[in-house]
Design a protein around this ligand. Structure first.
Ligand code: HEM
Length: 460
């Protein structure tokens, strides 16, 4: 944070953020909304059905409202104008580092937990790790890993899609993010990572032996030590993975990346990719199971490609598959809301919002608002056709990857990985989803099928 490349004014701003109280402001009483039950707030209603809860609140109080859940009070911003205002943040008043405070124990120092000039300084070199040339290499690797992984999935028998795809993605990530030469180390690293994920959603972050939070702290320490120990060797390596490319970027003194920075950014990228892609693929399979006509359309498009794998350029050039993926992310955005903390008091649409208030963009509601979408509850990939172009009403009506300075750094990677997966799955199998009626989705902390999505693969 004290690097000389950050101006004095920006240093002062960053110090102001550091001095904000840990807990956000609680006096939001003058803003419409309600805090729900004493102590638990609206937590149970959100856990039961977050989407219906949010809709009820917005119908009653409007699209800027106060709420309380999971031990914190915050102001929700639930339309596209309000999302643009918060995420573009022209006045540099909304801290992402404070917004994502619940992850600080594990991911502190990672790019998402940095603000303004300090964030820009780190984001510039990180973008190099997602340039087309390296994406081609990642894509080649993913083709091999995914086709081998799918070869081990059961055929003609029922199995649970969610744990199967989660394990496939963990193996993909170990190889593409950390390197293909991990050997037996891979299982230990994956377990430590799963332990770390288990701690982020824990509300009472107390270090009591045997708890998920304690395991998460230990897992994170193991990962941090392993990464820090490996940095020097990776600087000598030509391995094509994200961790190694960050180690090489650190060799240029202009990038000002310390060993600790490399470790924090690698962990953050790994975290940002994993649950979001698992959620997207579960939602995609749910949609393709419920809409077999679209499954056929996607298959037809993918079968028209050559055998032997799909290239990065080709993944960006698919029409039907792309519309189906966009529509899936509209229906079930993996990141339901994007949190920030106000540094100074501000006024928006006549509401006076105090300094240090927790504020959040309600992505899921914007994706389902009749203000921008016709029949928003309907799965309709044709709404993205140029002649309908429903997505062009507002630049912030479709924001699964966020927007502004912190817009997802891996969105092309996610798009590519999902399409490589579909290429290998749908060209070989028809997928049937075998869900009980009304099985549904649980939305918090990240959308996943309630029943882990029982499926059957039928070879073509
Ligand atoms: C469908 C999958 C994904 C979704 C829906 C998604 C969504 C998001 C969202 C909403 C943000 C912005 C958060 C904020 O503004 O507070 C974000 C940031 C980020 N994402 Fe993704 N993401 C996905 C996949 C990935 C993948 C695969 C990677 C890496 C390979 C990745 C890396 C990142 C990073 C590094 C950031 C932080 C950027 C910054 O702070 O400058 N994401 N993502």
């Amino acid at each position: 944070m004290n690097a000389p490349s950050v101006s004095a004014a920006q240093q002062a701003l960053l110090q102001k953020i550091a001095a904000l109280p840990k807990r956000p402001e609680t006096n939001l009483d003058h803003i419409p909304g309600d805090y729900g039950w004493p102590l638990v707030g609206n937590s149970f209603s959100i856990l039961k059905d977050a989407r219906s809860h949010n809709t009820r609140m917005i119908e009653k109080y409007g699209s800027i409202y106060r709420s309380s859940a999971f031990t914190r009070r915050q102001v929700m911003f639930a339309d596209a104008d309000a999302a643009q205002y918060l995420l573009m943040d022209q006045a540099q008043n909304f801290s992402s580092e404070r917004g994502w405070m619940m992850a600080r124990e594990f991911l502190g120092g990672g790019i998402l937990l940095r603000d303004f000039a300090d964030h820009r300084k780190h984001r510039r070199p990180l973008q190099q790790a997602f340039k087309s040339k390296v994406m081609n290499a990642y894509c080649d690797r993913l083709n091999g890993l995914i086709s081998q992984g799918l070869a081990n999935w059961p055929r003609r028998e029922q199995f649970l899609f969610q744990p199967a795809v989660k394990s496939l993605l963990l193996d993909n990530a170990a190889s593409v993010f950390l390197g293909s030469e991990l050997g037996s180390e891979s299982d230990k690293l994956n377990q430590a990572f799963v332990d770390m994920l288990g701690g982020i959603a824990v509300i009472l972050q107390l270090r009591i032996p045997g708890t998920a939070f304690n395991r998460a702290v230990q897992g994170t320490q193991y990962l941090r030590n392993w990464l820090a120990r490996s940095v020097e060797a990776r600087k000598q390596s030509d391995s094509q993975d994200i961790f190694t490319s960050l180690c090489h970027l650190a060799e240029d003194p202009a990038n000002e990346l310390s060993v600790d920075d490399i470790v924090s950014h690698t962990l953050l990228i790994w975290f940002a990719a994993h649950d979001t892609t698992t959620s997207s693929l579960c939602s995609m399979m749910t949609m393709l199971g419920e809409h077999p006509e679209w499954q056929e359309e996607v298959r037809r498009e993918l079968l028209a490609l050559d055998d032997g794998g799909i290239g990065f350029d080709q993944t960006a050039d698919l029409d039907i598959t792309d519309r189906v993926f966009r529509e899936t992310l509209r229906q079930i955005p993996p990141v339901l809301m994007i949190p920030r903390r106000a540094i100074d008091a501000f006024e928006y649409r006549g509401f006076q919002i105090p300094a240090n208030s927790a504020v959040a963009v309600l992505v899921d509601h914007i994706h389902h608002s009749e203000q921008y979408w016709s029949n928003p509850g309907e799965f309709d990939p044709d709404r993205w056709l140029p002649q309908r172009a429903e997505h062009k009403k507002h630049p912030f009506q479709w924001i699964p990857f966020g927007g502004g300075a912190h817009k997802c750094l891996g969105f092309k990677f996610a798009d590519m990985q999902v399409k490589v997966f579909l290429y290998h799955l749908l060209r070989n199998y028809r997928i049937e989803t075998l869900r009980e009626p009304g099985a549904g989705t649980r939305y918090v902390p990240i959308p996943l099928p309630n029943d882990q999505l029982p499926v059957r693969l039928l070879p073509l």
